[in-house]
Design a protein around this ligand. Structure first.
Ligand code: SF4
Ligand code: SF4
Length: 68
């Protein structure tokens, strides 16, 4: 499943450089995850790095994009 960033996001930008597949980009008004790129960090880290670094818990599973 891909993750998405919910509207708790404060656009702090901490998550963007942590994504191993460059799936995160700055949007307006909040950051966005490209669901076609997000691999939940599988093969790179033990846990999703955007979740690990986000101070407000904005990245959450996106039920619209289950694991392929
Ligand atoms: S879960 Fe991993 S691959 Fe997906 S957006 Fe977050 S940091 Fe990137
Ligand atoms: S770390 Fe969290 S609050 Fe900061 S830009 Fe990413 S999703 Fe938004």
């Amino acid at each position: 499943m891909a993750l998405k960033i919910n509207d708790e996001c404060t656009a702090c930008g901490l998550c963007e450089p942590e994504c191993p597949v460059q799936a995160i980009s700055e949007g307006d008004p909040i950051y966005v995850i490209d669901s076609s790129k997000c691999i939940e960090c599988e093969g790179h880290f033990d846990e999703p790095q955007c979740v690990a670094v986000c101070p407000v818990g904005a990245p959450v599973p996106d039920p619209d994009h289950p694991k392929k």
